[in-house]
Design a protein around this ligand. Structure first.
Ligand code: FAD
Length: 327
């Protein structure tokens, strides 16, 4: 297989295997039973940047390259070969893709609609563990590399900038940051486009949109965080707040078969997700550092696997009076 000049180049073969594990034949057989095997053509785009991530692909033969369109060009992230699969946590939440998946060498893939994949990982503990781990590690690496399709232009002395950086970081959304005090060119842009002080930070969303000091809800809408949430669907249980209490309630409600929606104004994890270290936690005798703790509190994990949905404030579903006024 082509060795990728990868942006997400993990250390050595072991690191690559962690991020891009190869599924075994029995695992591929179980995927085949839930999806369809189809031929691919060189150059075919399986998933494009900005498109809702509603399908899962496992490569049977040929190669699929993952690239990130940037500044008129493309940055290669990885090339998937037989046994490897395309996707990250956005597939679980059905958010828009930040990358493009394109067939490099013609072959065959197993294609599963997102719903089929979600159903499979609820019943197949083996596949669930492998996919969940790879999806989260890929996202963590992408975050660490600072590459994303969102750009924040602001100042570390501005509360709005800190709020939006925290919002994206805690939601596991990669972004780039330009600091007005460090980068005179960024200041020029602000001056020339008559951006007033109260409109800073500005956020460049995927596509053509430029937001001026948006609320968390406006940014969530722009990034399509809640596009798959059906605002008109009547639920058995709605939980406000995705802190430890809300997430635990959602897991148990969903595992009892109740249709469950969690509303959160900032990010999953609540206070526990913003702490650098949890000294003690029910059921754990060890200290938990923030980095491994956050994915555990992420609804891409148990909450989503149990079938509960989570919505970020700002969708029509969340415009309840009680929620107004929150940034
Ligand atoms: C720095 C720090 C260190 C800590 N260390 C420990 C420790 O070592 N051990 C320990 O046991 N505990 C620790 N705690 C406490 C622990 O984090 C909290 O007890 C726990 O997070 C409480 O969980 P919760 O779900 O009840 O509420 P929270 O964690 O407060 O979660 C509430 C959630 O609801 C959301 N929300 C609020 N209002 C709305 C609204 N109107 N609409 C939508 N969403 C809303 C919030 O954004 C938040 O995400 C620590 C807390 C902090 C801040």
């Amino acid at each position: 297989m082509t060795d990728p000049a990868s942006h997400l180049q993990p250390d050595g073969a072991e690191g690559r295997e962690r991020l891009f594990p190869r599924l075994t034949e029995p695992q591929l057989t179980r995927l085949r039973q839930q999806g369809e095997v189809r031929a691919t053509a060189a150059g075919e785009i399986l998933l494009d940047q900005g498109q809702l991530t509603d399908r899962f692909f496992a490569v049977l033969s040929g190669e699929v390259e993952i690239v990130r369109p940037r500044g008129g060009g493309e940055e290669l992230i990885v090339v998937h070969g037989p046994g490897e699969f395309v996707g990250d946590v956005h597939l679980l939440s059905g958010r828009r893709s930040v990358v493009r998946a394109r067939v490099r060498t013609a072959g065959e893939v197993i294609e599963l609609p997102r719903d089929h994949l979600l159903a499979l990982i609820q019943t197949d503990a083996d596949l669930s563990g492998i996919l969940m781990r790879a999806f989260i590690l890929r996202r963590v690496e992408l975050m660490a590399s600072g590459s994303g399709d969102v750009v924040i232009v602001g100042s570390n002395h501005s509360s709005g900038t800190l709020r939006l950086k925290e919002f994206l970081a805690r939601n596991g959304y990669p972004y780039s940051y330009l600091d007005l005090e460090q980068d005179p060119a960024a200041q020029d842009v602000i001056d020339r486009f008559a951006v007033s002080l109260d409109q800073v930070p500005i956020v460049l969303c995927p596509g053509q949109r430029v937001l001026r000091n948006p609320s968390n809800g406006e940014l969530a809408d722009c990034l399509g965080f809640n596009e798959l949430i059906d605002a008109d669907r009547v639920r058995d249980v709605i939980i406000v707040g995705a802190g430890p209490a809300g997430l635990a309630a959602a897991v148990y409600a969903a595992s009892e078969g109740l249709s469950t929606l969690v509303l959160e104004s900032v990010a999953p994890g609540g206070q526990a997700g913003s702490s650098s270290k949890i000294e003690n936690y029910l059921g754990s005798s060890r200290r938990i550092r923030a980095r491994p703790c956050r994915p555990r509190l992420h609804p891409g994990g148990q909450v989503r696997r149990r079938g509960a949905d989570r919505a970020q404030r700002g969708t029509p579903a969340l415009r309840a009076p009680a929620l107004r006024g929150h940034r």
